[in-house]
Ligand binder design. Structure first.
Ligand code: ATP
Ligand code: MG
Length: 324
């Protein structure tokens, strides 16, 4: 059976795109699923320690509130399982310097900063460790992460060839196109945690009236017709995608039901509020009981370590390290 793995980096606030593209698919089928908070990845760029700590707990609480069930899937915080970093080093020994340097995200992110952390260069190898540690074979990612999954695949193949069959070969699977939610103020770029676009981002913890205001102010396109065509009508199509994601309909089928942009926006606000209100309510309840969340994380880390220690021992033995 294919094991899926999805990571959430606790930098920025979780938003509707994360919910539709990553959280809802986990919740809909949690067998053979690894869902983790990639807190170590949050240290690759400038970070505030207090923010990372607060967000890690917030993300864990939100994922549980959204229906991630730690009894059915593997649910953990990356840094609670030290084998992630242990395997990271071992995999570095099977990765070329040039390979890491060629990563487009590294080039883009390092180009924007004066001081580049070494971990920004090596983070795709940590990501490979995240994947290979659990024999995950299907990694649902957007385009920006496909190259990193390809690298994990190359490293796994090389390691297996050189040192013997150790890792399952992973592949990137693209989530449905319709699940790619765009920024409400700029429908050409995706809704994202790190983009400084508060008005364009529907945060999972936004209050209902804030969600409504953001949707009502979303940019639309020239003309007045409500039609689904992401190329010529990116703003309206994004609203239809959001509505479709919330109601389970197809965006093409929804379009003819509206004659005015304002009616579409009202329907989208109602649907987003109806989708996110139960999550927010459960979040507020769970946030008042952090001990329950921490217990889930402790038990998740213990389960994960069971798998991870075996895998790391296998890799160490294959590489020629003397067993302790
Ligand atoms: P960042 O800007 O820090 O990269 P992000 O919003 O892209 O943040 P990630 O932590 O990179 O979030 O991704 C978490 C998960 O959410 C991934 O599985 C990713 O594919 C998914 N995801 C992120 N943004 C969207 C979006 N706009 N639409 C659909 N899925 C998304
Ligand atoms: Mg991202």
């Amino acid at each position: 059976m294919a094991r899926r793995l999805t990571g959430f980096t606790p930098s920025g606030d979780l938003h509707l795109g994360n919910y539709v593209g990553a959280i809802a698919p986990i919740v809909s089928d949690q067998t053979d699923t690894v869902a983790f908070i990639s807190d170590l990845h949050a240290l690759t760029l400038h970070h505030d320690p207090a923010d990372v700590r607060r967000r890690t707990l917030e993300f864990a609480t939100l994922l549980l509130a959204a229906g991630v069930d730690p009894d059915r899937c593997l649910f953990l915080v990356q840094s609670h399982v030290p084998e992630h970093t242990e395997l990271h080093y071992l995999l570095e020994c099977a990765t070329g310097y040039g390979e890491a340097q060629r990563m487009i995200q590294f080039k883009e992110k390092s180009g924007r900063q004066q001081q580049v952390r070494m971990s920004l260069l090596t983070y795709p190898i940590l990501m490979a460790a995240d994947i290979l540690l659990y024999d995950a074979s299907e990694i649902p990612v957007g385009e920006d992460q496909t190259q990193h999954v390809e690298l994990a695949r190359t490293i796994a193949q090389r390691f297996n060839t050189r040192y013997g069959e150790t890792f399952t070969i992973p592949r990137a699977v693209n989530p449905p196109v319709a699940a790619r939610i765009m920024d409400l103020t700029n429908p050409h770029s995706k809704m994202s945690k790190s983009a400084a676009s508060p008005a364009g981002t529907l945060r999972l913890l936004d209050e209902p009236d804030v969600l409504r205001r953001k949707v009502m102010r979303a940019v639309t396109d020239a003309g007045t017709e409500v039609a689904y065509d992401p190329t010529t009508k990116p703003g309206v199509s994004n609203l239809l995608d959001i509505l479709a994601a919330c109601t389970g309909d197809k965006p093409q089928d929804l379009a003819p039901r509206f004659t005015r942009y304002s009616d579409l926006k009202t329907a989208v606000s109602d649907a987003v509020i109806a989708t996110l209100t139960p999550v927010r309510t459960r979040y507020l309840h769970l946030a008042a009981n952090p001990a329950q969340v921490q217990a889930a994380l402790q038990s998740g880390a213990a389960q994960a370590r069971n798998l991870a220690t075996t895998k790391v021992q296998q890799a160490k033995a294959a590489l020629g390290l003397l067993p302790a």
